[in-house]
Design a protein around this ligand. Structure first.
Ligand code: PLP
Length: 467
């Protein structure tokens, strides 16, 4: 398997980046029941190559420019393999001391590498904060929303011990912008919370004044604003919200929990030159970023830090005799999230930090930024096209200066070949194509080759439009 993986990674560029198959392709190729008798590893691997691989979208392919990167690297895979081999389930310190302690240490390393506010560190003077590695940014956002909800309801309930918590749910109001990730809406839906999805400014940024007006109106109508999400690096077009403005508004209203979602771009704070986008993070109660997007760490790994770990524990702690142990002062990560059982995820992150070092990770992200700039320049060099976002990181949102329908057809034709892979987004109300640098070893040649292909498809689609 190690040989197969190595060969796969080294030759992935020779495969089509995405399949062009119809749903149900695999059902036709595999038996409808599991085998009664075990089969050989060779026959399984043969089916991997001939039946599974044809249905794989290769996210770590030099021609994959869709979504955000699915972080990956050899050290991360090796750390993950070791985690699988060990197989410990680190829900409490006692259930795997190394998993628990390494998670705490690595998250402190990570927070320091990103220059996060010191209140997020577990090892800093009077800090009450700390972090945990969750499976996804969606999970981080849900956990923070549930914690904020718990805190808000406890405050509303105050001395009325006999009133059920659910009575206060209709009073609570959460806020984000229309550019926030859909996971915010999903978290609100799961938590039975009303969510105001607010407008952005003309560059797609969530601004303080919009939030202030909405909150004031809601307070006048009897609602209790309790949770605000701002984004650093929105999914559609990698916009950075104004954290200073939003943070100040949050601070002016008692009991608002301010969460900053930096699933992709939060990692870029490892670069001193990106840290101006972090101004205002000192107002935040919690922050998440996924090393499995921009820090060369394979899925799943999403880091979450909170200012007040006690708030998290108050919201999420339940106890059972079979989970008890004698080291009550140690961290039990089961109180920091949804599942009881937790993978030893810190191992792969530790492998990544140690193998690349902070300078290696900086170099990787700087390369993505430089290559996005290369692509942006190429788009600007052809006046049939326009760029619709401010390019700060690895994402360029571009389009033909034509109708949304023509751009839709343009992207469909590109993706249909399986030679390049991109996805669309609405940016400033226009249908755009997202070109995101994702490949670890991407070079200017990869970007230029992609651009040459894109231009051929543009010729094609524009010609088909001409009368
Ligand atoms: N937040 C942002 C800004 C994202 O871009 C994404 C996914 O791309 C998410 C949240 C959700 O991430 P996950 O898939 O880890 O839940």
């Amino acid at each position: 398997m190690v040989d197969y993986i190595t060969e796969y990674i080294e030759t992935v560029g020779e495969r089509n980046v995405a399949p062009t198959l119809d749903p149900g392709y695999l059902k036709k190729l595999l038996p409808s029941e599991a085998p009664m008798k075990g089969e050989s590893f060779e026959s399984i691997l043969d089916d991997v190559e001939h039946k599974i691989m044809p249905g794989v979208v290769h996210w770590n392919h030099p021609k994959f420019f869709a979504y955000f990167p699915s972080g990956n690297s050899f050290p991360s895979i090796l750390g993950d393999m070791l985690s699988s081999a060990i197989g410990s389930i680190g829900f409490s310190w006692a259930s795997c001391p190394a998993a628990t302690e390494l998670e705490t240490i690595v998250l402190d390393w990570y927070a320091k590498a990103l220059d996060l506010p010191t209140f997020f560190l577990s090892d800093y003077a009077d800090s009450k904060g700390g972090g945990a590695i969750q499976g996804s940014a969606s999970e981080c956002i849900l956990v923070c929303l549930m914690t904020a909800r718990d805190r808000a309801i406890k405050e509303l309930k105050a001395d009325n011990a006999d009133i059920h918590e659910s009575v206060f749910l209709p009073k609570l109001m959460a806020y984000c912008s229309k550019e926030a990730h859909s996971s915010v809406e999903k978290a609100a839906k799961m938590a039975l919370i009303k969510l105001r999805i607010l407008d952005t400014d003309e560059r797609g940024r969530f601004r303080g004044e919009t939030l202030r007006v909405a909150i004031e109106k809601d307070i006048n109508e009897g609602y209790t604003p309790f949770f605000v999400v701002a984004t650093v690096g929105t999914t559609g077009s990698c916009v950075f919200d104004n954290l200073v403005e939003i943070g100040k508004v949050c601070k002016s209203v008692p009991s608002i929990w301010f969460h900053v979602d930096g699933a992709y771009a939060g990692n870029s704070f490892i670069l001193p030159e990106m840290r101006h986008f972090k101004e205002g993070l000192e107002y935040a109660d919690s922050f998440n970023t996924n090393p499995n997007k921009l820090l060369l760490t394979n899925f799943d790994a999403s880091a979450m830090w909170v200012r007040d770990v006690m708030a998290l524990k108050k919201a999420l702690t339940v106890n059972a005799l079979y989970l008890e142990h004698n080291n009550n002062s140690s961290i039990d990560y089961r109180h920091y999230g949804i599942p009881l059982s937790r993978r030893f995820r810190a191992l792969k992150l530790w492998f990544v930090f140690r193998t690349y070092g902070i300078t290696g990770l900086q170099k990787y992200i700087r390369n993505h930024i430089a290559l996005a700039k290369v692509f942006e320049d190429l788009v600007h060099s052809d006046d049939r096209f326009e760029v619709r976002n401010d390019v700060h990181l690895g994402l360029v949102c571009f389009r033909l200066k034509n109708s949304d329908e023509v751009n839709q057809e343009f992207l469909a034709r590109i993706n249909h070949t399986g030679k390049l892979h991109m996805i669309p987004a609405k940016v400033l109300d226009k249908y755009c194509i997202r070109f995101c640098v994702t490949y670890e070893h991407a070079t200017a040649e990869h970007i230029e080759a992609a651009w040459e292909q894109i231009k051929i498809f543009a010729d094609d689609v524009l010609e088909s439009q001409s009368p």
